[in-house]
Design a protein around this ligand. Structure first.
Ligand code: ATR
Length: 277
């Protein structure tokens, strides 16, 4: 393959310096011996559409999208997957040969693959899931759990109206409870997921009382900095099966890489080490 035909992909956002995606895709390209480059690009807001239309002409086959453009790229894209529509945001773009931009959201895929890799016998149908938070990440996770056959999702958010809206958008099998009641529904749960930013470095700790957690419950925190949050540590002490959020970050990158570079990559310890640095 001549250098001019080498596929290019990358990540756009602002700021972009802290994105882990270049390390992640760079590791896969290197270890799989594939031709290609993955480039982080800081794009100013007023140049977003122009950049997206130009990059395919320069040999780009697609992009990851990060803050603050995950919603805006949906207005520019020509085709949008159902899951991106439900979530209201896209994190993966595919530049098609016919010039059209295809937008997808792989957060739900990353979430479920992370759980499956860490808890191989996990079954979404086993019982109700409690989801803490009702932001963008929560939308992806609630939609994915319902798709996977969860009998019920109990949703709770500091701002209740946001949880009510999510229930109205995603339909039956979602029950909204008040944030201050969150501790009271944990004992019914087969799974509990924190989608809020609580517990992240620099943010307040999660204060939901966790006494009701039962041993064996699958407890997942989307936060990955730190890897072990107070929430996960408490759940582990109670005999829960805990899963941190780092694997979701790694798994959500798989579908894009496969589409752009033609081979399915694996998420293993070598990748974890490469990304953690
Ligand atoms: P993301 O796309 O990562 O989900 P987001 O849309 O900003 O980000 O959502 C952040 C989530 O964390 C929301 O559920 C938010 O609750 P509100 O809807 O009430 O804002 C939750 N969150 C952030 N800070 C919080 C805090 N101090 N206490 C409780 N919930 C908090």
């Amino acid at each position: 393959m001549s250098e001019e035909n080498v596929p290019l992909a990358g990540v756009i956002g602002s700021p972009i310096a802290h994105s882990k995606s270049p390390r992640l895709h760079g590791h896969w390209l290197r270890t799989m011996g594939l031709p290609g480059h993955y480039i982080p690009m800081e794009v100013p807001s007023d140049k977003l559409e122009e950049t997206l239309r130009l990059l395919p002409q320069l040999g780009f086959v697609g992009l990851n999208v990060t803050i603050p453009y995950k919603e805006r790229v949906m207005e520019i894209a020509d085709l949008i997957t159902d899951r991106a529509t439900i979530i209201g945001a896209a994190n993966t773009l595919i530049f098609r040969r016919d010039g059209r931009i295809h937008a997808d959201n792989t957060d739900g895929y990353g979430f479920i693959e992370n759980i499956r890799q860490n808890v191989p016998d996990w079954d979404a149908k086993a019982g109700p899931a409690v989801v803490l938070g009702a932001g963008g990440a929560s939308r992806a996770i609630v939609a994915t759990l319902l798709d996977a056959g969860a009998p019920k999702v109990i949703l709770t958010n500091r701002t209740r109206a946001r949880a009510d809206r999510l229930r109205d958008d995603l339909g039956q099998r979602i029950e909204v409870v008040d944030w201050l009641q969150a501790g009271n529904v944990l004992e019914d749960a087969a799974m509990v997921v924190n989608t809020t930013s609580l517990g992240m470095v620099g943010k307040p700790e999660m204060r939901v009382p966790l006494d009701g957690l039962r041993p064996g419950t699958v407890v997942n925190d989307l936060v990955y900095a730190p890897l072990e949050t107070h929430f996960l540590r408490t759940a582990k002490e109670k005999g829960c099966r805990t899963v941190d959020g780092f694997g979701m970050l790694l798994h959500q990158a798989v579908p894009g890489f496969e589409r752009w570079f033609g081979k399915r990559p694996v998420v293993d310890d070598a990748l974890r080490r490469a990304v953690l640095g």
